[in-house]
Write a protein that binds this ligand. Structure first.
Ligand SMILES: Cc1cc2nc3c(=O)[nH]c(=O)nc-3n(C[C@H](O)[C@H](O)[C@H](O)COP(=O)(O)OP(=O)(O)OC[C@H]3O[C@@H](n4cnc5c(N)ncnc54)[C@H](O)[C@@H]3O)c2cc1C
Length: 320
């Protein structure tokens, strides 16, 4: 195997997802390399070595400043051909999905997407893909090289594996058709604290909160725990909380260390987005709520009484 991992970054910092994919890939193939594409990205190369890259390729060019897929496909397709990589891995994101699809078309390569695990089977790479609302687990492979894989968000944690990786600059040659798109504006939503994909602890609220104002008690608990607030589609559709916090089939997939679900029934469409959480704690006044079937700890009661008590307890333990 000779593996390349696309190292996505944002505002001068590595994204956690690709570093996790890098660490996993390095555990399967010690010769795993990483590639950074962008403008002013060279300083990030050293960190990639710490997470398992044996080499880091850097394509640093002002024309790559905007996070547009086609110029990245130009860089990656040339690199894969020149260096003979037989496997290219991406952590799922909007940009990575576009780049992976473009690269698959350019290289006429097979792309397995939404993989939740990777393993070596009989000397070759195999992936795990969950299907039918995550109730079925299938082993998937590739019939040709290069093999492209897009890994589901939160599947692997970044692991410091030590080591310094040699850095190699990549010449940037862009196709005419790749430079036709122009990014007119880039905006981001202001938020305090970590995003729900990055947070180790999520306090998640559902319709059981009863009103949008009740999210303030979840925000207090999340802040005391150093986590972020997530939500269900029911509350997002009702306009109680913003869409970027929605977990589930039509929202985000998360895998925090601790997921505290408050007033959430546990519909399958919600479950598929959070069932990989390490520990699931649920607070629901209905002892028969489906969420208790996949919770590690269930508390039957009114969240409006329990959550503030929990916050007070956390603050007391932390001495603040
Ligand atoms: C195609 C499709 C895609 C979907 N995608 C998503 C998705 O991405 N994410 C998602 O979340 N859903 C999604 N849904 C919707 C999903 O089916 C459920 O409707 C939704 O998850 C329910 O949200 P909820 O748990 O907040 O609300 P409810 O199902 O109404 O549950 C509220 C819970 O709160 C409890 N409760 C009430 N009061 C209290 C109290 N005071 N204290 C404690 N507990 C209380 C109740 O017992 C109940 O269990 C999708 C549906 C479809 C059809």
């Amino acid at each position: 195997m000779s593996t390349l991992v696309f190292l996505e970054h944002h505002e001068g910092a590595h994204q956690k997802g690709p570093l996790g994919v890098l660490s996993k890939a390095a555990s399967l193939d010690p010769e795993t390399a990483g590639v950074l594409v962008g403008a002013g990205v060279a300083p990030l190369a050293a960190e990639a070595g710490r997470y398992g890259a044996s080499r880091v390729f850097v394509a640093d060019d002002p024309r790559l400043a905007a996070p547009l897929p086609q110029p990245r496909v130009d860089v990656l397709s040339r690199l894969v051909r020149d260096e003979g990589f037989d496997t290219v891995l991406f952590a799922a994101s909007v940009l990575s999905a576009d780049v992976a699809a473009g690269l698959a078309a350019r290289l006429e390569a097979g792309l397995n997407w939404d993989l939740s695990d990777l393993q070596r089977q009989d000397g070759t790479l195999a992936g795990t893909r969950l299907a039918l609302g995550d109730t079925v687990q299938a082993d998937v492979g590739w019939t040709s090289a290069p093999r492209l894989g897009l890994i589901r968000s939160g599947s692997f944690d970044p692991e410091e594996r030590g080591g310094e990786a040699p850095v190699q600059e990549v010449p940037v040659e862009l196709e005419d058709f790749s430079t036709r798109a122009e990014m007119v504006e880039q905006a981001h939503e202001e938020q305090t604290g970590p995003s729900i994909e990055e947070a180790d602890i999520l306090v998640s609220g559902g319709r059981g909160l009863g009103s949008p104002d009740a999210f303030s008690i979840l925000e207090e608990l999340a802040s005391a725990l150093g986590g972020a607030v997530a939500s269900t589609r029911a509350v997002v559709d009702a306009g109680w909380y913003p869409y970027p916090t929605q977990v589930g089939q039509t929202g985000k997939t998360v895998a925090p260390k601790l997921y505290i679900g408050c007033g959430i029934s546990g519909a399958i469409q919600h479950k598929v987005g959070m069932q990989s959480s390490q520990t699931i704690v649920s607070i629901n006044k209905d002892a028969n709520a489906p969420i208790f079937e996949f919770s590690d700890l269930g508390v039957v009661g009114d969240l409006h009484e329990i959550v503030p008590k929990l916050t007070a307890l956390v603050k007391e333990r932390k001495g603040s």
